[in-house]
Design a binder for this molecule. Structure first.
Ligand SMILES: Nc1ncnc2c1ncn2[C@@H]1O[C@H](COP(=O)(O)OP(=O)(O)OP(=O)(O)O)[C@@H](O)[C@H]1O
Ligand SMILES: [Mg+2]
Length: 390
């Protein structure tokens, strides 16, 4: 059956702009609520008619983000264009710029979120601490780096990775062979850290910036499962250093919109930067329910160069737990149970089909005690996943 073409964006009366998002995943979907509340019109370029964001955004043409014609025709209806992921190729970004599209962030900044080697080089030039690293193209160079920094080393595809895909713990050069076959590889020392942190901030084209408190992120098998905001017992001096580094990266790289800086807390006093994302980020999902301004509203305000909202937390602690897909496709009955069991838990689902390990939603819960909140958030997420039944 032919589907009707997606409608053009319907602009709100009163001079309000249209924000276009390339990519129709959950990050674009979660911009829809704030956009509606702010009176803005959202359009998304989705990869399928039933993509997460396409289910809730009226103007959601289906198109390939690597295809210049599709992207140009989408952008022609938008006042500003931003991104749900970092996979739009450089030639498409260049064509958009040449056609006069307003891209936030601009390609000159976005490149540091797309290419981990470019990011390592630039962050190093700023004098901001990073793991020891090297870009290599051969097994002999892997052996050399391993001999220098000690095995195992971390090998990463410079582009295209997400949720730990494209990241390998290499105990020998052979472990990096599959990555090397695909092109140059970023090698890093395997950092010994106490915990992982992230600092999230938003920066507008005119240079206003606002940072949320530094959070702790918990990863399992390379996938973020839990975020505690703010990071418990974080030394205020380290919090200030990390926040300063984030603001400096945003300013120096010309980032607009939300910037997430993932970091490793080495010893409670020192940090190194892991990677950058220039869009709303999993480490900021807590802010939808735990801050005066959530990251999705703030991203919209930032890309439109509107005054930013306050990032102040609205509770002492908020814990977010990701809901990963389990074995059961049906989740509605579990979600009813979670709502009944703990009415303070806020459940967010993305309209995505269940596949084991796939991020299908998250929960937030706010209060005073991070340990108790973590237990409540985990329980809700695990119950919906179907790995516990009470
Ligand atoms: N140099 C390192 N030393 C130790 N652990 C590391 C290192 N680099 C990455 N890791 C671990 O692997 C995880 C995933 O790495 P990274 O964030 O670079 O990959 P990604 O797939 O791009 O991530 P994301 O899911 O954030 O998109 C990190 O969160 C961390 O737990
Ligand atoms: Mg990461």
């Amino acid at each position: 059956m032919d589907r009707p073409a997606s409608p053009r964006p319907l602009r709100s009366p009163g001079g309000f702009p249209v924000v276009g998002i390339i990519g129709g995943g959950q990050l674009a979907r979660m911009c829809a609520g704030p956009a509606a509340e702010l009176g803005l019109t959202l359009a998304v370029l989705a990869d399928a008619h039933d993509a997460s964001a396409a289910q809730v955004v009226r103007c959601a043409p289906v198109g390939d983000h690597t295809d210049v014609e599709s992207v140009l025709s989408f952008a022609a209806d938008c006042d500003v264009v931003t991104f749900d992921h970092e996979h739009v190729p450089a030639d498409v970004l260049a064509a958009l710029e040449a056609a006069g599209a307003i891209l936030q962030p601009a390609p000159a900044a976005l490149t540091y979120a797309q290419d981990k080697v470019a990011m390592r080089t630039r962050v190093g030039e700023l004098g901001i601490p990073s793991p020891r690293w090297r870009a290599v193209t051969s097994a002999a160079q892997v052996a050399d780096f391993g001999a220098q920094v000690g095995w195992p080393v971390i090998a990463k595809a410079p582009r295209g990775g997400y949720d730990g895909k494209g990241v390998v713990v290499a105990r020998s050069p052979e472990d990096a062979a599959a990555l090397l076959a695909a092109g140059p590889v970023l090698l890093e020392e395997k950092v010994v850290f106490q915990r992982e942190l992230a600092v999230l901030l938003a920066r507008s084209p005119s240079g206003q910036a606002a940072a949320w408190p530094v959070v702790e992120t918990v990863q399992e098998d390379g996938i973020c499962t839990e975020v505690i905001a703010p990071a418990p017992d974080l030394d205020p001096h380290l919090a200030a250093l990390v926040t300063h580094a984030g603001l400096r990266i945003a300013g120096e790289l010309g980032v607009t919109g939300v910037l997430a800086v993932e970091l490793f807390d080495i010893d409670g006093e020192h940090f190194v930067v892991n990677e950058l994302a220039m869009r709303p980020h999993n480490s900021g999902h807590w802010s939808m329910d735990g801050a005066v301004t959530g990251q999705f509203e703030q991203h919209l305000r930032a890309v439109l160069d509107l005054p930013l909202g306050s990032p102040r937390p609205s509770a002492p602690v908020t814990v977010m737990a990701n809901i990963l897909g389990g074995e059961h496709e049906e989740v509605y009955s579990a979600y009813r149970h979670v709502m009944a069991r703990d009415p303070e838990v806020k459940v967010h689902l993305y309209g995505k089909g269940v596949r084991p390990g796939r991020k299908i939603g998250h929960v937030n819960v706010s209060g005073d005690d991070p340990v108790a909140l973590s237990a409540r958030a985990r329980h809700a997420a695990d119950f919906i996943r179907g790995v516990i039944d009470e």
